[in-house]
Design a protein around this ligand. Structure first.
Ligand code: TNX
Length: 622
């Protein structure tokens, strides 16, 4: 782009733009609660504040106390039964109580904040979620002091299933990172962590009976460089890569998640996406002498499990160990992208199809899944499968994850199967690009800006209200072909996961993208930065991609992250911290026949930098 630089007149407007209060009518909470009533005034947390509870061993109570300790407040918990409950002794207290009636809305809570005291009522998960809300509201002051805005909150989730996925096969993420990931899910009231543990490029969970799964299957010789469809199709990094979780580590993570009301769904992929397992135990494939090796590139492999009795025995042994490790009622068995080439070539498979009077390989896939389902049902587990498991007939009790558009979800709900909506088209594939800027890091393609995620409605309009009850929730997926570091995983996750949280939790009536992105997100991104998360810094509020025509412009911007600075240029140079930064509304006059490229970069207090945003201000009349 060649926009000439020329003399132009910038007048800095002196009237400052009305700054919104940091805590607005909705108090800045994500996901937006069912109802919020802001009142005047604030509660002051001081070193003298009493923290009281009628259920001192509740997970939510313990979590709050740990938070206070870590944040340096140093309060101790008092059992409310041990004090007299006169108004005077309850002054300057925070009470966490299980005195709460769910009234058909499980996992809800209510909060009352007055200048005198704070009361949070909720049971189990509900109490924990109330604590998350309190933590978002708490505004630290000088050491040992903080404030909470007065008001009333009533809240409960829209969906019982609020999920976030992570692929640890394509790239491995260590225990510390998995815990940090669970932390942020819990902070935004998500309650399912879908852990994609096995795939072509790595088997990541220790299975005692089959040690080669990790000894061989967790390692690949090298990794594809750049996009799989890029110009360097045959470029690999020539660097061995590996990693797996021991069963002890898994137990530790499961317990950690339980403390935060996060259920972990393990995914053991079958019958496709299993090259790492075939490399470890070639007799599980239809061509044991083929020389299977752990995947080094991306895409869909044609090497899949062979449905022999031996394969089923091994898979059942594996699942037995998995079930023992994960208390969650769901086990995800994959089921996606299983090419039928190997089964078509295999005499064994063709005989099996004939013997079992199956029509084709699709039915063989259904046979495969149904056999595994039967085993897992016997162990009191419900299977989840990607929507391909509908092809050839769905297993009797399966829950479907609809990822290829909403059609699979619609079909499954109409068959009275539970459904979790997670289509890429809904902005729920967080491996897709977050903007169209060339500065976005390498990604798989697609386009899923935060607004797209935010504006999706998980319930397909084609469903009747009865069928819609089968839509138990919504999930976003983070596939990691192009995500090799924790920093990048966080960049791709955030802020989109906060939009997901609101889709999953908030009633449609409480949703408002403008309020979310302009008021609540800036505050929450500031909190996330303080907690040490990376994220994509959104564009300045008030800029869009459009070209603006005219000669006189008044540019009003708001920072997308509390405390961040928006630096700008009008001279065609790329903006940086060395450039002017936005303080008040700008008035820019462009001479006739000219145009300028108004460019911004946003830099947060922690030093995170946004992509450069452009807005063409054009008075050329063309
Ligand atoms: C499809 S979603 C896959 C994954 C890839 C992903 C990349 C699904 C069930 N399968 O194996 O990683 O696309 O976006």
């Amino acid at each position: 782009m060649k926009y000439l630089l020329f003399s132009l007149c910038i007048l800095l407007g002196f009237q400052s733009i009305a700054q919104d209060e940091p805590f607005l009518s909705d108090m800045g909470i994500i996901p937006a609660p069912v109802s919020v009533k802001r009142a005047k005034g604030e509660f002051k947390l001081t070193p003298e504040t009493f923290i009281l509870s009628d259920a001192t061993t509740e997970r939510g109570v313990k979590f709050f106390m740990e938070f206070l300790t870590k944040a340096g407040y140093g309060h101790r918990l008092t059992d409310i039964h041990n004090i007299d409950k006169s108004p005077a002794s309850l002054k300057n207290s925070i009470t966490l109580s299980i005195n709460y009636k769910e009234e058909g809305k499980p996992d809800g809570y209510e909060i009352l904040i007055t200048e005198d005291r704070v009361i949070l009522n909720g049971k189990g998960a509900g109490l924990f979620y109330g604590v998350q809300t309190l933590m978002q509201l708490l505004k630290p002051g000088k050491p040992g002091f903080a404030t909470l805005p007065c008001g009333t909150i009533k809240d409960y989730p829209r969906f019982g299933y609020r999920g976030m996925h992570l692929d640890v096969s394509r790239h491995f993420f260590d225990v510390a990172f998995i815990k940090k990931y669970i932390d942020v899910l819990a902070a935004y009231k998500l309650n399912y962590f879908h852990w994609h543990l096995t795939d072509d490029q790595g088997w990541r969970i220790e299975i005692k009976k089959y040690p080669n799964l990790t000894a061989v299957g967790s390692k690949r010789a090298q990794t594809k460089v750049g996009r799989m469809d890029g110009k360097d199709a045959d470029l690999y990094d020539n660097t061995p890569y590996g990693g797996f979780y021991t069963q002890e580590e898994v137990k530790d993570i499961v317990a950690y998640a339980q403390d935060r009301y996060v259920n972990i769904i393990p995914e053991i992929e079958m019958p496709g996406h299993c090259l790492a397992a075939l490399a470890a135990y070639p007799d599980l494939g239809c061509e044991p002498d083929k020389g299977y090796k752990v995947g080094e590139g991306w895409g869909v492999s044609t090497d899949v499990y062979c449905p022999t009795d031996h394969t089923f025995e091994v898979l059942q042994d594996i699942l037995r160990e998995v079930v023992d490790l994960f208390p969650c009622k769901y086990v995800h068995i994959g089921g996606d992208e299983c090419p039928k080439d190997a089964w078509k070539k295999s005499q064994f498979c063709q005989n099996l199809i004939r013997e079992q009077r199956m029509r084709d390989e699709n039915e063989l896939q259904s046979y495969f899944i149904a056999r595994i389902e039967k085993y897992l049902n016997l162990h009191n587990r419900v299977i989840i499968g990607w929507d391909e498991i509908l092809e050839g007939g769905v297993a009797p009790n399966a829950t479907i994850m609809s990822w290829r558009g909403e059609a699979g979800g619609v079909a499954a709900a109409q068959l009275n199967h539970d459904v979790i909506m997670t289509p890429g088209e809904f902005g729920l594939y967080f491996d897709h690009a977050q903007s169209k800027s060339q500065q976005e890091p390498l990604n798989i393609g697609g386009y899923a800006p935060t607004a797209k995620t935010y504006n999706c409605d998980p319930i397909p309009s084609k469903l009747s209200s009865e069928q819609a009850k089968h839509v138990i929730g919504v999930q976003a997926n983070l596939w990691t072909e192009y995500i090799a570091t924790p920093e990048k995983a966080e960049y791709m996750l955030l802020p989109r996961m906060l939009a997901l949280a609101e889709v999953a939790w908030s009633p449609t009536a409480a949703k408002n993208y403008r309020d979310f992105s302009e008021n609540r997100l800036p505050h929450n991104l500031h909190l996330l930065e303080q907690k040490g998360y990376n994220f994509r810094v959104p564009e300045p509020i008030g800029m869009d991609d459009s070209m603006k025509r005219g000669g006189n412009f008044r540019i009003e911007l708001k920072t997308p992250v509390e405390g961040a600075r928006i630096h700008y240029t009008i001279d065609g140079y790329t903006p940086s911290e060395n450039d002017l930064y936005y303080k008040d509304a700008l008035r820019i006059r462009i001479p006739e026949d000219k145009a300028i490229d108004f460019q911004t970069i946003t830099i947060t207090p922690g030093g995170k930098r946004s992509v450069v945003k452009h807005e063409i201000l054009d008075n050329s009349g063309k």
